[in-house]
Every structure is written in C-alpha cells, then in structure tokens.
Design a protein around this ligand. Sequence first.
Ligand code: COA
Length: 642
Amino acid sequence: MSKMALSASIILRQGLRCGRIIQASNTAMVSQLRPLHDDQAVLPRLPVPQLDDTLNKYLKTVKPLVTDEEFHLTEEIVKKFGASGGIAHRLQNKLINRAEATENWLSDWWMNAAYLDCRGPLVVWSSPGLVFPLQEFRTLDDQLNFAAKVIAGTLDYKIMVDQKTVPVERMGKDTLDMSQYFKILGTCRIPGVTRDTIQFYGQSVHPPKHIVVAHNNHFFKIDVYGKHGEPLNVRQLVHQLRNVVERSTHPAIPVGILTTQNRNVWGKAYKQLRKDKTNKASMEEIQRCIFLVALDGPVVNPTGNIMTDAALSCVHGYGPQGYAGNRWYDKTLQFIIGKKGAVGMTYEHTPAEGPPVANLMDHIMDYINSGGDKSEADVKKDLQLPAIELSKPQRLMFNINPDLKQDIEEAKVALESLVGDLEMTCFKFTGFGKNFIKSQKLSPDSFIQMAIQLAFYRIHNEPGAHYESASTRKFLYGRTETIRSCSVESVTFAKAMLDKELPVNEKTAALRSAIEAHKNYVKDAVNGLGVDRHLLGLKLAAIEAGMDVPTLFMDVGYLRSSHMRLSTSQVPARCEAFMCFGPLVPDGYGCCYNPRSDAIFFGTSAFNSSPETDSATFREALEQSLLEMQDILLRDRVKANL
Ligand code: COA
C-alpha cells in the first residue's frame, strides 16, 4: 500500500469505531436531519480550532511514540506546514469558510470518511456489539417472551422519540445535541459499489409500522401496530414470534451473510439481487423496518466465558457455522435473542454513537423489570378487549440464482477467516468501581484510561498509540473527537509503576500527573479542540481543492501516532451491560468499558493473526494494573497519615 493510501486508510479506519427519505449521497442533508428537540438549533457550532494550538498539541502526542531523531523530523515538517503564508493557513481559511457556510463543518465529511466510504466489512471492523444483562432461558417460551418484551420495550421507547420527549442529556451544565436519537429507528445503510448511502425511513412521510424477525436465516415481516395505531402487546407479539418459529424449522440459504462482505463486493451482489422483483421487495421490507430481531439457537463453540460468548454472538454471530446468516448487518438496530439467554444487539455505527443505543437498552431493561409491557390494570383492560385479528407474519422470499449462490459461498469463506481471527475476553472487574476512584478525588474515566496505558506498557514494554472517543455533542450535530490518551506523562507513569525500586509517593505523583494530562485532553476534545478532527478537516480540504495531500500526513510521526493500537471507549449503562468491538489495527486491542459504582465491565478484543497481542493476556495485565494503582493510592495515604 502506498504511504498516502496507508495514511488515508488509517484516517478512515479511525472513525470506525461507532415519503421524505434522506440519502447520504445528498451530503448536505445526511447528518443534519432536524434535531430531536426544537430548541436545539441554538446549540453552539463546532469550532475550527486555532492552527497553532492544534499543531503544538499534535507534536506533544507524537513525542512518546517516536525516537528523538524521528521527532526532530516531525518538528521540521510541522514547522514548514504551519509557516505563516504556508499551505496550512490556506487550508485553515477553507475550513473557516466552510464553518461559516454550514451548521457543522465536519459532520458530512465525517459521515462519509468514517463510515460510508469505508469498504471493509461492517462485521468486526465497524459494528459494535452491545451485550444486555445475561438471561437464563430454559424453554422456547422463555426465549420468545423475552424477545416480545424487547420489542414492546423498544416500541414504548419509540413513543418518546416520536413525541420528542426523550429527556435531553447534559454534560455538566451543557445541553447535548439529541439528533442521534432521531436516527436509530427505521434506519438502514445501503451498500454501494464505491460509497454506501444511508436511509432514514423513520423520518419519511409514511414511516414503517413493521419489524423484521430472522430465524434460521428466514426473514419475516411482522406488523407491530393494531388498526388504531396501538402497539401490539407482549401476548400478541409472542403469538407472532411463535408463528415465525413454527414456519422456519429448517435453515434457509443464508442470504443475510452477504451483508458481512467487503462493501464493494456486497454492493455488486446487491445490484444483482435487486434485479429480481421478489428480492427487491423483500430487501426493501428489511431496509424499511423499524428494527430487526434475530432469534438464534444456542452458543456455538462456547469459550467457557458466557460474557464472551454473548459478545461474540453480537459482534459476528459465530460466523457462517453459527448465525451470521440470521442477520442483516446493514440495519442500524438488530436485537439478538439467543436460545439460552445470550441477549444483545449489534448496531450499524453510521448514524450514532453508543450512548443513544445504550440508553435504549436501559429503557428496555427498565420496562421489562418494571413488570413487562403493562400495568395490572392495563392487562385487565386488554383481556376485556375483543382479540384483534393479527395478520400472519409475512415470509420475505428470495430467489437465489447460481451467481448469487456463489456470492454467498464466497461471503462465507471471507467471514470464516474474519471470525477465526477475532478473539475476545469480556469480564466484570470487581476490585472496585467509580466510587473508589472518586474517593481519591480522581476522574474515573482518566484513571481507567491510564490503567489501559499501563497494561499495554506492561505487555509490550513500549507505549501504544491510544484512541478514546470523546463526545462533541455539546455542539449542533456533534459526533466525536479522539482523545489521544498516550502522553509523555502516561509513559512516565507506566515506567514508574513498573520500577520496583521507586518509592510509592513518586508512583502516585506520576499517576496523578498522567491523569491530569488526560483530563486536560478530555476537556479540549469535548470542546471540539482536539487534534484528529482538525487534521482530518485540513486533509479533506486539500483533497477537495485538488491539492496534494500535505507531507505531514505521510510522516512517521503522523503514521505512528495514528496507528491506534488501543481503540477504547467508555459506554456507560445503568444496567449490567457492556459494549464491545474489534481492534482498529491488526496488532491492536479493542477495549470498551462500562464503569459502575463498585465494578467495571470490560469487553476486550485482539486478533489471533497478530503474534504480539492476546486479549486474555491483556485482561490479566489490565486487572493487575487497576489493582496496583489502587494499592499505591491506599499505601500512599497510609504513609501520609503516619
Ligand atoms: N474527583 C471526584 N469525582 C470526579 C473527579 C474528581 N477529580 N473527576 C470526575 N469525577 C466524577 C464526575 O463528576 C462524574 O460524576 P457523576 O458520576 O456524578 O456524573 C464522574 O466522576 C465521571 O467523570 P469522568 O470519569 O471524569 O468522566 P466523564 O463521565 O466526564 O466521561 C468521557 C469522560 C470522555 C468518556 C465523556 O466526556 C464522553 O465524551 N463520553 C462519550 C464517549 C462516547 O461517545 N462513547 C461512545 C463511542 S461509540
């Protein structure tokens, strides 16, 4: 791969990780659907950071990852790039003009660069899994009952979305942009041969009234509203789900597996599929549905860790030997209800980050835990009503010609190798949670990030470039900025922790200083003043103007500091759940966490093909790091009190 292509692919990969139909090809409209709450138009606009600030910050983040000689070279390149009257200033002016002309200078660029232009498979490389609190199902009834409650809970949530009553989120005193909540129901990514598009059917004049249920690779359309627009209740939904199961006892040809392919390959097969009227109509029902529910069988090749088994089912459905054909990965929301109680969701990242999706899950779990779909009075009322005529679930038919059969076989082979490569270790760390960290007057998120830095250093004896997502939703249509968690201070801290001779007070001082440096970066990032999105903007401004991509993007300092060996994210949830995803780079780790008061849930991943990385070793190093960090804080306090 050429240097330029490599740097482009790295920058593109960084985003992965997360009637009136609006299409992405009309870029001005995609990310700028009207926000959920009418008063949100007053949200501040994403700023264009000052050029010098970004370049100075950038140099600081490169320093721990290169040799002195390499750093000197990077400094020279940055100096030339940012010289007054130089290329960076011309590009900066273009960004300023763009910011004046749009509601968010980055959002449409981001949607394409981070998602729709990416040609790799969604599975493993882009779509995260979200594992719900583990359930135990003994019978088919248990499984169908739970699935029905998940559906009813989501329809209940949809009422809040439709009525614009989802409580507006805040970060400190800032109100957050809620537009992502608008974009997750009734949405689907559509494959293209060079670029995908996204369609928001939920926002059309005739929004969908159905869901699609997958079982044994068959797809069924189920209308989920009665004659008067009332959502079906749990009893009715169970009835419909049972009908689906009874009519799909043998596996169908796994047409859904095509959605796991490289996007160009899927884009071509999709065009072929659509030539047949029946296929076209079936796919449109899947694309238009409010969400999809996959009823799966038991875990395939259990790992011995039920959290990991559930995570794998959400991330890749155990591949072609499992339930990967029982999915439509282009669909934004896809619930997965396993036979024995592995329950979760896989979500297509283009329209939203994890928090709105985790919020939906919390709503569903609250809904279920508070007694299912109805109060006792409502149940009685329901029983008095005449049973409504339920239309039978409609089987969505596919005609698969020999060429498409061949495409499906090729998709199976490609997916098998991807699935064989991914390994995950998911766990609940029970040593302590946010409460202990707060009691030390430290930021829980920064503390966990530094534990991840230390774990990496402990294993590899060198620092790893480290991506954490920060939300920029305090700005109109804001998405994310990268927190570059690897810093000069984090490396000093890791070395201090691994130095057996160093006194404990020096270790805690290094910890506090590393946390402070991280917290400062977080503050910049959430205020839209990080490094990565600004550099991306400058690069895209150059490309859009037909200029050469500046040398800065091909320099070792840029390549090393963007090769994110640690791809991490905090996705908090009120219930015992966690999100998980694959690494960003072949020799990296994925690590997503849900910090709770007295425990932390982690979903970690690595690739088997890398001889250097292993998620079980990473877990061990991470747990050891967290415990040692607690230990030094406690010991230092005891010493101080003596
Ligand atoms: N002493 C005591 N308490 C502290 C503290 C300190 N020094 N620093 C922070 N805290 C408290 C905070 O007040 C907060 O309290 P709360 O639980 O009552 O709200 C809590 O600790 C958590 O704060 P902190 O751990 O610092 O982080 P955060 O919640 O601000 O999260 C980010 C930091 C970067 C994760 C967050 O800003 C963000 O951007 N989240 C979205 C990430 C995202 O989009 N992920 C999905 C990608 S798909």
